[in-house]
Write a protein that binds this ligand. Structure first.
Ligand code: F6P
Length: 505
């Protein structure tokens, strides 16, 4: 059945009218007038808190947004997602990554991969996986790009320094510099190359794999390099043709989308670096967020609320960017991860019926780690002509840390969120600037996200929450969040150029 374009829904129009009523609204006034606002508007999932009080919204806004979501059949779409229905219609498959996060009696590793990648990761950590010359593996170089890189890289670094096992490095770019850096100081006899590619056709990844093998052959001509190769893919036959031994090919189902694949065998680098238990905790945190998304009423449903407030700015305030500022160095790869998750999923221009949209979809996602970003891009956030809602991602444990710099890190995030909300009027009168160039208007929205600790469970819950946020927006925008046809054009043009039929010089 063909649905009416979203912008023609009465609920959409009600929101447009409501937006005009908020011209005089100021977040600072709302916070001052209602001391309980922060408490009322703070939601929780799996121990993570999301303070939504610093938004250009009143209770009625949130009620109208929920009415829109209901009119878009959000609850039915959510059920279809969890049931593994074929919701990725342009690729004729499910988007069933959530099923990787549940397990009962079946060992999780058996459900997510064949052979057992978690057992292999543990063997690597114990030193019982040997190379062709009989040496234990000391360096694991993971080659992958996009979803086959960003999630594993984010979580591996977020869990901190490795205490055991081979050193894990990541390479995504085809620029030789990245592989050179990852191999620096390594010896082929003690190195394992893990090729992570769902399709096993991605140019960058395969070229890097060839270059890594050439590096091995050049330095150790007698080494059987196949024994130094492993692969993670949904196309095991292609990996085998490439020369990866069958017992080292870890597969995952086709219905796991690339940017949703950290939960599958693609997450093996996490287990190699931090152990099987950490990986299982990651899944457990994600499962807790899934349960919340599936069961919590829409009014207190974190991914739903995040999604709706996000599209409120895109579609009713004309804002086309959003910032993600992690206040934790260990979360430095979060902006890049979310860029792919949101921009590849929801950067779409036609609806599910193929009609061009007359409203905007995914905003440009950008961000940088705090406090570093305060001394570069925050000028625009406070005083620029554009504004961009911000997610401040913090760690609550830092507030009580014995380390003063961690306490300062946390306080900085709060100070920035308040400065954006209130502007300079929150300063003591003596400190308030009088010159217009020094004044800041405030009324700039942000969400304060707090993980209790930066551990595997909390990370799993955070990433799954962001996945569902992305999904909810896709439902309201009536787009397929699970394909990425736009990136194919560039790939095809490259093939054409390499075949000598250049589109341009
Ligand atoms: O080109 C885009 C893309 O297909 C992403 O969606 C994906 O995460 C990435 O490339 C890597 O793909 P693969 O895992 O098949 O190498």
């Amino acid at each position: 059945m063909v649905s009416a374009p979203r912008s023609q829904l009465p609920q959409w129009r009600a929101l447009a009218a409501h937006r005009a009523e908020l011209d005089a609204f100021h977040i600072g006034d709302a916070l001052a007038a209602d001391p309980a606002r922060a408490q009322r508007w703070t939601l929780e999932v799996a121990g993570l808190t999301f303070d939504l009080s610093r938004h250009r919204a009143i209770d009625e806004t949130r009620a109208l947004l929920i009415e829109l979501a209901r009119a878009c059949d959000l609850e039915r779409w959510r059920d279809r997602l969890f049931a593994g229905e074929l919701i990725n219609t342009t690729e004729n498959r499910a988007a069933w990554h959530t099923s990787l996060r549940k397990w009962g009696q079946t060992p999780i590793s058996k459900m997510v991969s064949d052979p057992d990648f978690l057992a292999f990761a543990e063997a690597l950590r114990e030193g019982s996986v040997r190379g062709a010359a009989g040496e234990a593996i000391e360096r694991v170089v993971c080659l992958g790009i996009g979803g086959s890189d960003l999630g594993p890289r984010l979580v591996t670094y977020a869990l901190g320094a490795q205490t055991r096992g081979p050193t894990v490095r990541f390479v995504a770019n085809i620029d030789p510099v990245e592989l050179d850096e990852a191999l620096a100081g390594a010896r082929p006899q003690a190195t394992l190359i893990v090729v992570i590619s769902k399709s096993f056709t991605t140019l960058e990844t395969l070229e890097n794999a060839r270059a890594a093998l050439a590096w091995m052959r050049q330095r150790a001509p007698d080494l059987d390099v196949a024994k130094h190769l492993a692969a993670v893919t949904a196309q095991p036959d292609r990996a085998q043709q490439f020369g990866v031994p069958g017992e080292r090919i870890f597969s995952f189902p086709d219905w796991v989308g690339g940017r949703y694949s950290v939960w599958s065998a693609c997450g093996m680098p996490i287990a190699i670096a931090h152990g099987r238990a950490a990986f299982e905790q990651l899944l457990a945190g994600a499962a807790a967020a899934d349960a919340h998304f599936a069961e919590a009423p829409l009014e207190r449903n974190v991914p739903v609320q995040l999604a709706l407030l996000g599209l409120w700015y895109v579609n009713f305030w004309g804002v086309s960017a959003r910032a993600v500022m992690p206040y934790a160095q260990r979360l430095r790869h979060l902006p890049a991860y979310l860029q792919q998750l949101e921009m590849e999923s929801n950067g779409k221009r036609v609806d599910r019926e193929g009609r061009p949209l007359d409203y905007d979809t995914a905003p440009i996602v950008w961000g940088e780690v705090g406090t570093t970003a305060q001394h570069s891009v925050f000028q625009l956030l406070h005083q620029g002509t554009h504004w961009s809602p911000v997610d401040f991602v913090t760690c609550a444990a830092f507030a009580e840390s014995h380390n003063e710099r961690e306490r300062l890190l946390y306080q900085n995030a709060l100070a920035q969120a308040d400065a954006l909300a209130h502007g300079d009027r929150v300063l003591d009168p003596a400190q308030r600037p009088t010159a217009s160039y020094a004044q800041a208007p405030g009324n700039r929205p942000s969400t304060l996200v707090a993980l209790p600790r930066i551990d595997a469970f909390s990370l799993g819950a955070l990433l799954a929450t962001y996945e569902h946020r992305t999904f909810v927006q896709g439902v309201v925008w009536n787009i397929n969040s699970f394909d990425q046809w736009g990136v194919e054009i560039g790939k095809r043009l490259l093939s054409q150029r390499l075949a000598g039929k250049r589109g341009s010089r």
